[in-house]
Design a protein around this ligand. Structure first.
Ligand code: F3S
Ligand code: F3S
Length: 105
C-alpha cells in the first residue's frame, strides 16, 4: 500500500484524490488517508503531491513510520467503503493526527 504522512497535515492539497484510479484516498479533518486494502499500489498519487507526503509503505521515512499505522487504523470503524467520493469529508482524524499541533507551512 501507499501511505500519507505528516506533510499532508493541515495542507490537504487533494491533488492525490484526482489521480487515484480506485478512489481509495479518504479525507479526514486534517489530512487524507490511504485505505491499505483498497490501494492497488499503482503509485499514481505519489508524484502529484506538492508537499511529498505520499510514500510506498516500505519507503516511508523512519520518523513518519507511525503514519503507516495511522492510515490503516483510520479505517477501523469504517471498514472498506469501496470509494471515497460518496463519503466526502469524514469528520475525524486518527488520534495521533488529532493530537498534533497546528502545522504552519
Ligand atoms: Fe495531502 Fe498531498 Fe494529497 S497534501 S491531500 S497527500 S496531494
Ligand atoms: Fe490510489 Fe495511490 Fe494506491 S493512486 S491505488 S492510493 S498508490
Amino acid at each position: 500500500t501507499f501511505v500519507i504522512a505528516l506533510p499532508c497535515v493541515d495542507v490537504k492539497d487533494k491533488a492525490c484524490l484526482e489521480e487515484c484510479p480506485v478512489d481509495c484516498i479518504y479525507e479526514g479533518e486534517r489530512m487524507l488517508y490511504v485505505h491499505p486494502d483498497e490501494c492497488i499500489d499503482c503509485g499514481a498519487c505519489e508524484p502529484v503531491c506538492p508537499v511529498e507526503a505520499i510514500y510506498r509503505e516500505d519507503d516511508t521515512p523512519d520518523p513518519w513510520r507511525p503514519f503507516t499505522t495511522a492510515n490503516a487504523e483510520f479505517f477501523d470503524d469504517l471498514g472498506s467503503p469501496g470509494g471515497s467520493a460518496k463519503l466526502g469529508l469524514i469528520e475525524k482524524d486518527h488520534p495521533m493526527v488529532a493530537a498534533l499541533p497546528v502545522q504552519d507551512t
